[in-house]
Design a protein around this ligand. Structure first.
Ligand code: PM9
Length: 459
């Protein structure tokens, strides 16, 4: 029997109108934004697939919680709700709230890395690597090779290659490794999960050398859904149980609550390590705010506590990932080259496959993202040479194997008819791909350049 349709497990109570625009108007907006979708005004966007970060629609229960904000400077009751939700669902003892994920990464990197130490990650993430490097650490890619191959259909492309970790220890010694930064549903690989079996091996490897795992837990829920669907022994386990098991292999995590946790702002650092917690608590007051709010208001912490409870509902996560799958399948059917299997939070178009004659130095993914916006008002994001930045030693562009356009699906925001519009626009562009010319970069910020870089058409 074919898979039965799952309807969204919610009803829509409030709507936000979308402005209707023309291709001529959008061409003008794109030129004014320097061909960078981050620099567009949101009101000029028809379907916003820039990111799933902070773009979630909150539930009525979360909005009701916003009215129960305790805005005391110290000891807000909402902090204790948040702490309890994290203790119960993540299973970590201690919580340090932060305004968003990168603040938790900053504190973790500064406290846990000695200059010159390595931090193995299952592929880089932009902000995580930046904080590791700022703390004097060295990023080491330990993801399996299949993750760099858009044609590989490996079901767990987020897996760690233990042989790569062994080689690092053999060359540099275990004391040269600060910790393992392991990300579920690896963003830059196309939202690809790791298996629980692989995580168990990584954890055993770490224990052998006394090297802890600190998760970047940003999209762990979607990873749990893939484990439930694809890994033997997990089909009858609830997402909540799988999630608890997954987190149990970590000493702690950094978290951008703007994703899994179903809120528009927030983050935290959680750990079972007493010493790390004490030092993180001391540091958070310098950079974020008191340790019982860390950059968030009481109402935001209440919405977050409630979001954490809602995120582990099986119906929610199944509907979320299956909407991403729906868009992916529409694109596959239309012949658009995408990263397969389809990831948990986004569909990634393979810009090299889409524009095979364009050199990477002409920014194919950036170009395609700009063309998609002009065609239909769909906003996407470049995840290729621009995002990869420059090598700090040579100053040259890094040339990643993956040159992707990310169509990121916000949680509980769009319907599958919106997905149809996106798929039709990609298909239309594929038919006109010979007329798409590349870009040149005319302004380049030194750090995280993809956010603010500006471009001009080459032709
Ligand atoms: N990710 C994203 O759109 C927000 C913008 S950065 C391009 O994918 C991971 C895996 C993330 C992430 C943010 C952060 C940082 C850490 N890890 O944005 O600071 O995907 O809350 O989290 C974005 P914050």
């Amino acid at each position: 029997m074919t898979k039965r349709t799952i309807a969204e497990p919610y009803k829509i109570k409030a709507v936000e109108p979308i402005k209707v625009t023309t291709p001529e108007y959008r061409a003008k907006c794109m030129a004014e934004a320097g061909y960078n979708t981050f620099l567009l005004r949101s009101e000029d966007v028809t379907i916003d697939l820039l990111t799933d970060s902070g773009t979630t629609a909150m539930s009525d229960r979360q909005w009701a919680g916003m009215m129960l904000g305790d805005e005391a400077y110290a000891g807000s009751r909402n902090f204790y709700h948040l702490e309890q939700a994290i203790n119960e669902i993540y299973g970590f003892k201690y919580v340090v709230p932060t305004h968003q994920g990168r603040a938790a990464e900053h504190i973790t990197s500064q406290l846990r890395i000695q200059p010159g130490q390595y931090v193995p990650m299952n592929m880089y993430f932009t902000t995580t690597r930046e904080h590791v490097e700022r703390a004097g650490g060295i990023f080491f890619d330990c993801i399996i090779d299949e993750a760099h191959d858009t044609s590989s259909k490996h079901p767990f492309k987020g897996n760690v290659d233990i042989a790569k970790l062994d080689r690092l220890v053999a060359e540099k010694g275990a004391e040269a490794i600060a910790y393992l930064s392991i990300a579920p549903c690896v963003n830059m690989a196309g939202g690809q999960p790791f298996s629980m079996a692989n995580l168990r091996e990584v954890s055993a490897w770490g224990e052998r050398y006394g090297i802890p795992i600190i998760f970047d837990a940003t999209r762990a829920l979607e990873n749990c859904y893939f484990i439930q669907q694809r890994e033997e022994g997990y089909a009858d386990r609830s997402i909540r149980e799988i999630f608890k098991e997954l987190m149990s292999y970590g000493e702690g995590c950094t978290m951008s609550s703007k994703k899994d946790n179903l809120v528009n702002i927030g983050g935290f650092l959680a750990t079972n390590n007493d010493e790390f917690f004490l030092r993180a608590k001391e540091m958070v007051v310098v950079f974020e705010g008191l340790h019982t709010y860390g950059g968030m208001s009481g109402r935001d912490m209440e919405a977050l506590a409630r979001g954490i409870e809602e995120m582990v509902e099986d119906a929610h996560i199944a509907s979320r990932v299956r909407q991403v799958e729906y868009l992916g399948q529409r694109l596959i059917d239309a012949g658009v080259p995408i990263v397969e299997p389809v990831g948990g939070h986004a569909v990634f178009i393979d810009a090299r496959g889409f524009l095979p004659d364009m050199p990477q130095d002409h920014f194919p993914a950036q170009t395609l993202a700009a063309a998609l916006y002009v065609d239909s008002g769909v906003r996407s994001m470049e995840r290729g040479i621009v995002s990869a930045g420059r090598d700090p030693e040579t100053g040259e562009h890094r040339h990643p194997k993956l040159e992707l356009v990310r169509l990121t699906i916000p949680r509980r925001v769009y319907t599958n008819l919106h997905m149809d519009v996106v798929a039709e626009s990609c298909e239309a562009l594929l038919q006109q791909r010979d007329s798409i010319a590349g870009l040149k970069m005319v302004y380049e910020p030194e750090k995280l350049r993809f956010f603010q870089a500006r471009f001009e058409p080459l032709a």
